[in-house]
Design a protein around this ligand. Structure first.
Ligand code: HEM
Length: 374
């Protein structure tokens, strides 16, 4: 799901959550406490149906079980070869020795192609999804609720079109088809539920994966010891740990919302029922009481407290897929390019988005020193 990008949606039966009426929690311990206390801090913060992220209690658990079946080790192993192909094809077509933008030229098209391959969406949709992603990011930056709602509705219309095309199928064509015919919740899913699940999987995650790629490639280009370490790691688990540590240090999934269900306290302050809370994952991931010293890259030491994928009942179920996609891309880049160097000043994203808007880099098929005969 997306980093803070539902922040502009109006709340269901509740006043709209805005930066002004939202209490932001930044301490690691406090973020963990609230994220793991769904009784006092509800995830039902939007008037939009959000499955499973906007649900609480037994209803959340029912849909959570359904969703998790799409992210099992077996399901991911099946998708891995296709994901690898997507990564390699994209990397093979990248120019060397020319300035490219790691977010626009690698992150965004890779996010769209990998997600489309996973869901079984046709390659012809790529342009439409990329344009949609641009509009989506612009809407989040603007903080304009109407604009955000319009972009969300456009995504829903797109998914409804895809479902229409699957009406007559038997549920075996692709993953979207399987979801459309899923009865594991004890009954077939309604169209609005399927759309809500697909919106949660894709609508936000295209942006998250694109931003994660920007952060990872910026780090690889600017922190040589980290790049070297990633190239040396031969096991998937060790590379995943490096990638998650990079994302901890510069977390593009900035925050998630909750709403207090009773009079309670948060961040050392009394709060009333209905108080909106922002869990600032990015700040908690740099809390010096947990991760000192600031900026140090230490995957082993920091893994247990890393909050990149959240914590508690809503912890990211898409983590295995995100890991696979990021790992395959990094491996493909490492195999094709001996060096990646900065090629200008990167531009930071505008809050509430995290990560970078642009990361100019240059890719060298052989290390520059070798190429120059040094
Ligand atoms: C590197 C990329 C990703 C990051 C950093 C990330 C991060 C997160 C975080 C922090 C949460 C917790 C939100 C909360 O507590 O309110 C979350 C939830 C979620 N993520 Fe991800 N995510 C990523 C990729 C994905 C992917 C690829 C998918 C699926 C295709 C996905 C699906 C979900 C879903 C369904 C939830 C809601 C779970 C629930 O409410 O039970 N995520 N994600």
């Amino acid at each position: 799901m997306s980093p803070s990008n539902e922040a502009a949606e109006p709340a269901r039966e509740l006043p709209t959550s805005t930066a002004r009426n939202t209490l932001t929690v930044r301490d690691h311990a406090e973020v963990v406490r609230i994220a793991t206390d769904p009784e006092r801090f509800s995830s039902t913060v939007s008037r939009f149906l959000q499955i499973p992220n906007g649900l609480d209690g037994p209803e959340h658990r029912r849909f959570r079980v359904l969703v998790e079946r799409y992210f099992t080790a077996e399901a991911l192993a099946q998708f891995a070869p296709a994901c690898r192909r997507v990564a390699r094809d994209l990397v093979d077509a990248l120019p060397q020795d020319r300035v490219i933008d790691a977010v626009r030229d690698i992150g965004a098209p890779y996010a769209v192609r990998a997600q489309s391959a996973w869901l079984g969406w046709p390659p012809e949709l790529e342009r439409k999804l990329l344009d949609w992603l641009d509009d989506k990011l612009a809407a989040v930056r603007s903080g304009d609720a109407a604009r955000n709602a319009e972009v969300a509705e456009r995504f829903d219309a797109l998914t409804i079109g895809l479902l229409e095309a699957r009406r007559a199928s038997d549920g075996s064509r692709d993953l979207t088809d399987r979801l459309a015919h899923d009865t594991s919740a004890g009954r077939p899913l309604r169209d609005d539920e399927i759309v809500a699940i697909l919106r949660n999987w894709t609508g936000g995650d295209l942006a998250t994966i694109a931003l994660c790629v920007g952060v990872i490639l910026h780090t690889a280009a600017t922190r040589k010891p980290v790049d070297r370490r990633m190239r040396e790691e031969t096991s998937d688990a060790a590379l995943d740990a490096c990638l998650e540590e990079i994302l901890r240090l510069d977390d593009p999934f900035t925050s998630s919302r909750r709403v207090a269900t009773c009079r309670t306290h948060a961040a050392g302050m009394p709060v009333e029922k209905g108080q909106f809370i922002a869990l600032d994952w990015a700040a908690a991931n740099r809390d010096t009481r947990v991760f000192a010293p600031v900026g140090e890259f230490a995957p082993e030491r920091n893994a247990a407290a890393n909050l990149v994928y959240g914590i508690g009942p809503h912890v990211c179920p898409g983590r295995p897929l995100a890991r696979l996609e990021l790992r395959e891309l990094v491996r493909a880049l490492q195999a094709a390019f001996a060096a990646m160097v900065p090629a200008g000043a990167p531009l930071r994203e505008t809050p509430p988005l995290g990560g970078f808007r642009t990361v100019p880099i240059r890719l060298h098929r052989v290390a520059p020193a070798e190429r120059d005969g040094a």
